[in-house]
Write a new protein. Structure first.
Length: 381
């Protein structure tokens, strides 16, 4: 609470209203008088709603005073100060019709709010029902694999096996058979036989996953000869239902792919040098690239870029990892290799590929890790 002394003449047009208006002048006092005003964060409401006042209300001798201009604004009344006659002039008021229109508008808005709340409640209920239905219709990958194997058990007189893996954005499907037992029968199939078989498998699978969390996902897969470890066909079913396939995809070795990427990317684009990096001492340097090799395990591919770092251990450990341009260049370098690898084996860069930059003198000495499209610097021991 704060106590202030003010002169009434300082109020000017902010004439204060305490007892109400009369039809003739009241309180016809002249001169100067000191008043003790009590301020206590007094609030004003209109029709149960708080209103903002320009001048803070206060109390004098037990009477609460609110600026007449603020009161006039609440009731849509025009105020005017006539200094000649020392008169406050008020014009207009909210008519009965305006008050009724205002109340009707409030009622209409309240009705709309209730309708929107009912819709929101319905949406929430529908979402809950949808989640419950998905849980009821849940189909595990193991169950789907069994259904596929039962359905296509002896298609083209070949014993087929199915292996499924749900990724973030697609489902990986491996259609497998043992070449030592069924290789001759597979070799007897023409392209149309293979494509028709893949289409039948995918149609069956799409029907089975309808209403589950797997519905609508892209499907990427291969036909694999388990005995000879060969991918004989690659195929992709887009989320829109478009099928692409490559029957010629098959017998390419990892060493051949690594050699091709080394020639096309590392030597062809980067001239066998890593993009330059910068230390905290503003030393800029590059490491020469000596080799590239690739490993694969259970459909996940890892590439290793071998560099000559023997004379730059201290410099690498002093890298300014916040230097954006260097980080961007190294990320693009690793992305270029990953993109080439993804194109060859029909992979997803973020889900199926990782990479490392390693030291030539010890391949277990990791300088940088690449995963899900991002790089992470490592300290050389």
């Amino acid at each position: 609470m704060k106590l202030l002394n003010r002169r009434t003449s300082a109020l000017g047009l902010g004439l204060l209203m305490g007892l109400g208006l009369a039809s003739s002048p009241t309180l016809a006092k002249t001169g100067t008088e000191n008043l003790s005003a009590i301020y206590n964060n007094i609030k004003v409401t209109f029709n149960n709603g708080y209103v903002t006042t320009v001048n803070e209300p206060f109390i004098v001798d037990g009477t609460t005073y609110v600026s007449l201009r603020d009161i006039a604004n609440i009731f849509n009344v025009i105020t005017e100060w006539d200094p000649t006659s020392q008169t406050v002039k008020l014009q207009g008021s909210m008519s009965n019709e305006e008050e009724m229109a205002y109340q009707l508008q409030v009622a209409s808005l309240q009705t709309q709010l209730l309708a929107m709340q009912e819709k929101l409640n319905q949406y929430i209920e529908n979402d809950i029902q949808a989640e419950e239905e998905l849980e009821e219709n849940a189909l595990t990958l193991a169950e789907l694999e069994t259904l596929l194997e039962n359905e296509f058990y002896n298609e083209h007189k070949i014993r087929w096996y199915f292996e499924l893996d749900e990724k973030n954005r697609y489902i990986d499907m491996q259609i497998e058979f043992y070449g030592d037992d069924y290789g001759s029968r597979y070799a007897a199939l023409d392209d149309d036989d293979i494509v028709d078989f893949i289409e039948d498998v995918l149609i069956f699978m799409v029907d089975e996953v309808t209403g589950t969390t797997m519905a609508g996902k892209e499907v990427r897969g291969d036909i694999v000869d388990l005995d000879n470890n060969e991918n004989l066909v690659s195929f992709t079913l887009s989320s829109t239902g478009y099928l692409t396939y490559d029957i010629e995809y098959a017998t390419v070795s990892l060493s051949d792919v690594a050699s091709s990427i080394y020639t096309d990317v590392i030597r062809g684009i980067y001239d066998r040098w890593l993009p330059s990096v910068v230390t905290y001492d503003d030393l800029e340097f590059q490491l020469s690239i000596r080799d590239l090799y690739i490993e694969e395990r259970n459909g996940f591919f890892t590439f290793f870029v071998v560099v000559d770092a023997a004379n730059y251990i201290d410099d690498w450990n002093n890298l300014d990892t916040t230097y954006y341009s260097a980080t961007r260049r190294l990320t693009r370098f690793m992305n270029d290799i990953a993109d080439e690898l993804a194109d060859v084996f029909n992979l997803d860069v973020e889900d199926d590929i990782a990479g490392y930059i390693v030291a030539q003198y010890d391949h277990d000495e990791i300088l940088l890790k690449y995963e899900e499209g991002d790089i992470d610097y490592r300290v050389i021991r």
